[in-house]
Design a protein. Structure first.
Lengths: 554, 431
């Protein structure tokens, strides 16, 4: 630490009437001047406007400020702006502190402005005490390998690889099977155009012949190392160990259909699964008159609560094909809720109804009962049981997570959700990102997805990956965790709790270490360490304690 | 040899357009983001919360708005519309019509003094006309860019050659009544269309009483009514008597799955009516909600579980059946007439407030934009997308994302947007 005297400047924002209309800003400005180390305090109408920002820059120079506080809104939206403003004036961005007197004060205390002003004084004073202890931090620069690894060679993985390769990135596509294509290989036709699945399988040729794509088939992933910009995947192929490096990884490992064994008298002959029906339709070997399908077999129940998303459309597609083949056939779909959202799918459903396919709704508490030549199903509309004859009974089985998802997730250090599908960073706004930087997900590995959805997501994952591998260098957060190895007892509580998998045990030195590139400085490890051995830079114990003490604690 | 411009135009600044722009910008590609309104943010900015996490919508959107306006690779053109397109992929020439803002973008600091003094009171479109705004205003408090605009149709200077009060009170001299509409030309290698959707007007369905019965509102109106920054500061009251509503009914598929109106499914309504019911319950645990539906469509990740939570923890009653009509009693309580499918009897239920989940429909001017861009529309006026590469339009170099091609929720729009960015990057970065 330098011995330079602390010189804090505080900028208090009116935010138009958002803050200024409630809190007494002149009083806050005067009060702030009385606080230790504060050499400058002023109010702005809008600190984030260009005028406000240039005032910050000018006053850093004029008053030789070495700490800056803005008392305004939320750091979530405005901290980056103020930090870069400080930087522009030659101040380390981590010597900036933000105090939220809007969202957490003026907005919630609109009806009690005096109390709100008193609270703002407390908040600003706490900020001032913390600011005095702030340290300069440096953002780290990491170099980036300008290529991607795609795990899984189904339609999603192939398409992601193709997109990145067409953007001129080198791509390695890893497939555990001996050929590309995934589940698409077993399909007959695809909805909603009912064209041959083999048309889409032609993507395989584009992928295998692309000069930017290296395809590794029959390859098993042994180990994954590294971090954003610098991953290393070690695979075993033909008894050979191969190391592949890349800046980003896309997970496109797909899913598999639940086995129909044990459901509704499944026998593989006249009671089969929807996937088996695809095969029979491909061979054109169906000549029965009464075909009945049951939806939601083995899902939307206690064991598997979710809806598998693709089964209604698949059933509709095969029902339509059967009906086209033999208009006299009786095709019945016994369903719960028909999932045909959107424009084309709902139209497809209407077409199925117009063709004379029969739809019977069933209740989960009164599931269909399979008799020798007919099915008994209770119908709520008629308030009675109906007998539906069948020659062929088709069970719509859900897609379930692959068994090896767990192992892959462990190697990638990314989470799975309760059904073992991969869990994204944020359901709403980061649907194909993982919380861990540089790793992305698409297709049915994330959630049962049909072809159009898988392709759409694979394009998205390619885009997200391109935002990493298009950069020569990445700048990473400067406020990270640091472990004091003298205090650490190696309990590994921090390793287990870190949401970004940034902490690990270094085998060579047998100490617990933080990967500063991966660490986001969230502080969870610091709070959980029983030895207080972890310092979270920018949120150090000293800094937080100073805030608490001046508030009145201690 | 034709030029290859490493620059992409994104038309529409809702969540889809924003995500596409941010991805491209982070990829190192310059973006021209064209927004018709004065602020970006789109529909998502109007929503109170978002399913299935029930995150506050504007709180998760605002950082993206800020990022968009600060990103060195993004140029934001607000109050702007595309007027003409020529050229070919990798070298399009686009004419933009930019309406005058009458406020200097570099001078206005969004202090709000002008708003306080403006004497005009007109319906606030952002708040679904549930409150008044002034003739000088910002679309919404957190709007980006956070600068004012003057609404020429309502400003007294333009209508009566009077007033000029805003000009007098503005300390920054930011008001400029002499600003003219402008035309500019931009050269881009590829175009992404992300113009979003409109809301079906349920007035055309006379039987539901919308527009005649004050206590029948649309779901988007409900979002504003229950939103903390909305016209009621988040204290839900019913419009007729400002009482706290205790019995709510949501009606799904209003205008959707209806061959007389919009035959398609709007995709999001089953989920958002559940969300709105949950939020209402969180505001007031005495609220009792029924949701009328045809099929409960909840196929997304965690969606089925969300509906289950609605039943278990929020006491939502899901009633299968299409509502025939709504009547009103002398207390202005809406009466829902429906067929109880378990007994096949026509029943009538009284509610305090009824919310209509109206269809998402194509933008009014979608047909016109399609003509300008030379892309096809489908039977319902959504932009026509390729069946298996859904971000691909009917024209090379032009891509689609979000609800302009089909009704979809926010995560799907975000996926679609990133996907469209990848496809556009494929065009402009090809070796």
């Amino acid at each position: 630490m330098s011995d330079e005297a602390i010189r804090i400047g505080v900028f208090i924002c009116h935010c138009g009437t958002n803050i200024g209309g409630v809190l007494d800003i002149p009083e806050l400005t005067e009060y702030t001047k009385t606080l230790p180390n504060v050499v400058y305090s002023a109010a702005n109408l809008y600190t984030c406007s260009e005028v406000g920002l240039s005032e910050i820059r000018e006053n850093i120079k004029e008053h030789n400020l070495n700490r800056v506080i803005v008392a305004s809104c939320s750091p979530r939206t405005h901290e980056p702006l103020f930090r870069s403003t400080c930087q522009e004036a030659g101040l380390n961005p981590y010597l900036f502190e933000m105090v939220n007197i809007r969202d957490q004060d003026s907005w919630v205390h609109m009806k009690e402005p005096e109390k709100g002003t008193e609270k703002a004084k407390d908040l600003i004073r706490m900020g001032v005490y913390k600011a005095a202890l702030l340290e300069s931090l440096e953002k780290m620069q990491v170099s980036v390998i300008p290529s991607a690894i795609v795990i899984g060679g189904g339609i999603a993985g192939m398409n992601a690889a193709l997109n990145l390769a067409n953007q001129n990135f080198k791509v390695s596509l890893i497939e555990k099977d001996s050929e590309l294509g995934g589940l698409l290989r077993y399909l007959n036709k695809v909805y909603p155009t009912n064209e041959d699945a083999s048309n889409l399988l032609e993507t395989r040729n584009l992928v295998e012949n692309h000069k930017k794509i290296d395809v590794y088939k029959s390859a098993v992933i042994e180990k994954i190392e590294g971090y954003v910009g610098n991953f290393k995947v070690i695979i075993l192929q033909n008894k050979k160990i191969i190391e592949i490096e890349a800046g980003a990884i896309i997970v496109a490992t797909g899913a598999k259909a639940l086995s129909p064994e044990g459901y509704y008298n499944y026998n593989g002959k006249n009671i089969i699964s929807q996937l088996e029906l695809e095969g029979l339709l491909k061979e054109n070997s169906i000549n029965t008159n009464n075909i009945t399908m049951i939806q939601c077999v083995g899902c939307r129940n206690e064991e598997r609560k979710y809806c598998s998303n693709i089964c209604c459309m698949t059933a509709l597609k095969n029902a339509i094909l059967l009906k086209e083949q033999n208009p006299d056939a009786n095709v019945t779909i016994i369903f719960r809720d028909l999932q045909t959202q959107g424009v084309a799918y709902e139209e497809y459903y209407r077409r199925a109804r117009e063709m004379g396919i029969l739809f019977i709704n069933y209740l989960p508490e009164k599931p269909p009962i399979i008799k020798k030549d007919h099915i008994e199903v209770y119908n709520e509309f008629m308030n009675q049981g109906i007998g539906v004859p069948y020659d062929l009974l088709v069970l719509s089985m859900p897609l379930i997570a692959n068994e090896d998802s767990e192992q892959l997730a462990k190697m990638l250090k990314v989470p799975l959700e309760e059904n073992n599908f991969f869990l994204e960073a944020h359901v709403k706004l980061r649907p194909v990102d993982f919380a861990t930087d540089g790793i992305f997900v698409c297709g049915s590995a994330h959630w049962p997805a049909d072809i159009s959805e898988s392709i759409s997501q694979s394009n998205a994952a390619a885009s997200r990956a391109s935002t990493i591998i298009s950069k020569e260098m990445l700048e990473v957060e400067g406020s990270t965790a640091e472990i004091n190895t003298d205090l650490c007892v190696g309990c590994e509580a921090c390793i287990k709790i870190c949401p970004y998998s940034a902490i690990s045990r270094d085998e060579e030195t047998d100490t617990v270490v933080v990967n500063k590139v991966v660490c986001k400085g969230c502080g969870v490890c610091g709070a959980s360490c029983p030895q207080n051995a972890i310092t979270i830079h920018h949120f150090t114990s000293d800094q937080i304690t100073a805030e608490i003490v001046t508030y009145g604690g201690g | 040899m034709s030029k290859n411009l490493k620059r992409v135009m994104v038309i529409g600044g809702g969540i889809a357009g924003i995500q596409a722009s941010l991805d491209l910008a982070e990829r190192g590609i310059k973006v021209e983001l064209i927004e018709k309104n004065a602020c970006i943010g789109g529909r998502m900015a109007q929503l109170d919360k978002t399913f299935p996490t029930n995150d506050c919508s504007i709180c998760i959107l605002a950082p993206k708005l800020a990022e968009c306006s600060r990103h060195p690779n993004i140029t934001l053109h607000t109050l702007s519309e595309v007027k003409n397109l020529s050229g070919q992929p990798r070298n399009f020439n686009v004419k933009i019509f930019k309406k005058a803002r009458y406020v200097k973008e570099d001078e206005c600091i969004n202090c709000g003094l002008c708003i306080e003094k403006c004497p005009m009171r007109v319906d606030d479109e952002f708040d679904m006309k549930l409150r008044k705004r002034r003739a000088i205003y910002i679309d919404y408090v957190q709007g980006v860019p956070s600068i004012m605009r003057i609404d020429r149709k309502n400003c007294l200077l333009f209508t009566k050659d009077a007033c000029r009060i805003c000009e007098k009170v503005c300390e920054r001299e930011a008001i400029d009544f002499d600003q003219k509409d402008e035309e500019l030309e931009l050269n881009v290698g590829s175009i992404i269309v992300a113009t979003g959707y409109d809301i079906f007007d349920p007035k055309t369905l006379g039987s539901l009483g919308y527009g005649r019965y004050p206590n029948v509102v649309t779901a988007l109106e409900f979002e504003r009514l229950i939103c903390a920054s909305g016209p009621l500061d988040g204290h839900l009251k019913r419009p007729s008597d400002k009482n706290d509503p205790k019995k709510l009914a949501f009606i799904n598929c209003v205008g959707s799955r209806d061959i007389k109106n919009n035959p398609y499914c709007s995709s999001c309504c089953c989920m958002y009516t559940t969300k709105e019911a949950m939020i209402a319950y969180e505001h007031d645990n005495e609220i009792d909600t029924s949701i009328f539906y045809i099929d409960l469509r909840a196929a997304g990740k965690g969606f089925r579980e969300y509906i289950q939570r609605g039943c278990d923890d929020y006491a939502i009653k899901y009633i299968k059946g299409k509502v025939a009509k709504i009547l009103e009693d002398d207390q202005k309580n809406p009466l829902i007439v429906y067929e109880d499918i378990t007994t096949s009897q026509v029943k009538q239920l009284k509610f305090d407030l009824v919310i209509l989940a109206t269809s998402m429909i194509p933008k009014k001017d979608a047909g016109n934009l399609a003509k300008i861009l030379g892309i096809k529309i489908n039977d319902f006026n959504f932009f026509k997308a390729n069946s298996y590469q859904p971000q691909i339009s009917s024209k090379e170099g032009i891509f689609l994302c979000g609800a302009c091609r089909e009704p979809m929720d926010i995560p799907s729009s975000v996926v679609d947007a990133s996907g469209a960015a990848a496809k556009a990057a494929e065009i402009v970065m090809r070796g």
